[in-house]
Design a protein around this ligand. Structure first.
Ligand code: SAM
Length: 198
C-alpha cells in the first residue's frame, strides 16, 4: 500500500472509531452554546477528516493556505499536539469567526498575506512543514504557484492535502503532481479531496 493510501486509511479509521474526538477539546474553550451548535452543524466531513489526520500524523508544523471562516483550521487545531504550531494564511478580507474562541491559543498563528507572493513565506519564516493544506483559489495556475513556493518548505515525509481537486482546471494540476497521491473520491467533499505524501 502506498504511504498516501496508508495515511488515508488510518485517518478514516480514526474518524470512524472516534467520530467526536474533537468535541471535548472544543468544550475546553469557553464557548457559548450558539457557537457550539454552529460548529457542529457546519462540521463538514473533510473538517473531521483533517482532525483525524492531525491525530494520526501528530505534526509539529502545519500550514494552511486559505483560512476563510476558519473551520478547517479550528478542526486541525483541536487535534494539534502541545508545542506544535498551525499557521493559517488568507488575504485578510474576511474575519475568521470560527477562530474567535481559540485566538489566544499559543499554537495558532492567523496571518494575512498573498499565497502567491514569496515575501509572504519569508515573513512567516516557516520551514520543515509536516502538513500543508492547500485551499485557496481553486485554479491550476494558483496551485502551481503555491506548490512552487511551498515545496521547499516541506519536511521529509510531509503530507499535503488539497481540497476541491475536481473544480475548474484543478484536475490539470492534480494529474501533473508527481508525488505519491490519492484521490479520495467524493467521500470527503463532493468537489474532490486529495492527499499526497512527499
Ligand atoms: C475555500 S476558502 C478556504 C476554506 C477553509 N480552508 C475551510 O475549509 O474552512 C478559500 C480562501 O482562500 C483565500 N484566498 C484566495 N486566494 C488567496 C491568496 N492568493 N492568498 C491567500 N488566501 C487566498 C480566500 O480569501 C478564501 O478565504
Amino acid at each position: 500500500m502506498s504511504r498516501s493510501a496508508e495515511l488515508h486509511a488510518r485517518a478514516m479509521a480514526d474518524m470512524a472509531q472516534n467520530p467526536l474526538a474533537w468535541e471535548p477539546r472544543l468544550r475546553a474553550y469557553s464557548l457559548d452554546e450558539a457557537f457550539e451548535r454552529t460548529v457542529a452543524a457546519n462540521g463538514q466531513a473533510y473538517y473531521r477528516y483533517l482532525h483525524s489526520l492531525v491525530r494520526v500524523l501528530r505534526p509539529r508544523t502545519v500550514l494552511e493556505l486559505g483560512t476563510c471562516q476558519g473551520g478547517s483550521a479550528l478542526f486541525m487545531l483541536l487535534a494539534l499536539p502541545e508545542g506544535s504550531t498551525l499557521t493559517t494564511l488568507d488575504l485578510g478580507n474576511r474575519h475568521p469567526e470560527y477562530l474567535d474562541p481559540v485566538r489566544e491559543d499559543p499554537r495558532l498563528r492567523v496571518e494575512s498575506g498573498d499565497s502567491r507572493d514569496p515575501a509572504t513565506y519569508e515573513r512567516l519564516g516557516l520551514k520543515e512543514v509536516d502538513l500543508l493544506f492547500l485551499d485557496t483559489e481553486h485554479t491550476a495556475a494558483q496551485l502551481e504557484r503555491e506548490w512552487e513556493l511551498c515545496r521547499p518548505l516541506l519536511a521529509l515525509g510531509a503530507v499535503v492535502v488539497l481540497d476541491d481537486i475536481y473544480l475548474n482546471d484543478v484536475p490539470r494540476f492534480w494529474e501533473a503532481l508527481e508525488e505519491d497521491k490519492l484521490d479520495t473520491g467524493e467521500a470527503l467533499h463532493w468537489s474532490g479531496f486529495g492527499v499526497a505524501a512527499v
